[in-house]
Ligand binder design. Structure first.
Ligand SMILES: CC(C)(COP(=O)(O)OP(=O)(O)OC[C@H]1O[C@@H](n2cnc3c(N)ncnc32)[C@H](O)[C@@H]1OP(=O)(O)O)[C@@H](O)C(=O)NCCC(=O)NCCS
Length: 198
């Protein structure tokens, strides 16, 4: 559920706060860098995200938060559960006609449906606030949990590409997915049918 009134520019979008049943998604600030560094400093996360370095140091988190504050090409949200930071989710707008969804959670928070819940909130927000035709995303072929999230959010597989992962220091195959506005809109409007006894 959208809590604040969103603003029309991409840069302002990350100032919005999104709320779901269990999560609050908000812009990360310098007060969060300790928590972000503690969560992100795990090889299991770095090896599944393209740009996260490993080890992930306090200075990486400072640099990231500062960059996000100035960079109009990304809308990034810190994910909180019970007021505790648990991970990040966002959309990279470097290719404006194909914005890209990405996310990661601290390992202690895996396996509870949090990433799906956060991804759905950001997908809804992005389609509702901006004009574009499709979101893209990707998951390493060795990352079934992330593929599962994308499929549960309505993404459709579109092929395999090789992408470079900073923490691996090499390229690796990635399953690519897309979610078109029409599929998203159809899923959002798929109401419950009722069954009547004759
Ligand atoms: C991928 C990641 C975000 C998943 O977070 P999460 O909160 O545990 O995900 P969810 O619980 O919302 O959903 C994961 C789904 O995958 C399933 N899953 C988990 N591990 C799996 C596995 N090894 N094989 C198949 N399915 C798996 C879960 O059962 C769940 O599906 P379900 O709800 O139908 O049961 C988390 O593991 C992470 O941060 N990984 C490192 C970074 C990363 O991979 N980011 C994504 C890059 S695109």
């Amino acid at each position: 559920m959208l809590q604040d009134i969103p603003t029309p520019t991409l840069h302002e979008a990350s100032k919005c706060v999104l709320e779901t049943e269990r999560l609050m998604l908000r812009r990360p600030t310098l007060a969060d860098v300790k928590a972000i560094a503690a969560l992100a400093n795990d090889r299991h996360i770095a090896e599944n995200t393209r740009r996260l370095p490993h080890p992930y140091l306090h200075d990486h988190a400072v640099e990231f938060v500062r960059a996000m504050a100035d960079d109009p090409r990304e809308t990034v949200f810190l994910i909180e559960n019970n007021h505790t930071p648990i991970g990040m989710v966002g959309v990279d707008w470097r290719k404006p006609d194909a914005p890209e969804l990405g996310y990661w959670l601290g390992v202690d928070y895996w396996g509870q449906g949090f990433a799906t819940e956060a991804a759905r909130a950001v997908i809804d927000f992005t389609f509702e606030e901006f004009e574009f035709e499709r979101l893209i995303s990707g998951a390493r072929v060795a990352n079934p949990a992330s593929r599962n999230i994308l499929e549960k959010c309505g993404f459709q597989w579109s092929g395999v590409e090789l992408h470079r992962f900073e923490a691996l220091g090499s390229s690796t195959p990635v399953d690519c997915f897309r979610l078109s506005r029409s599929v998203w809109s159809s899923l959002k409007n798929w109401g419950n049918s009722t069954r009547r006894a004759r």
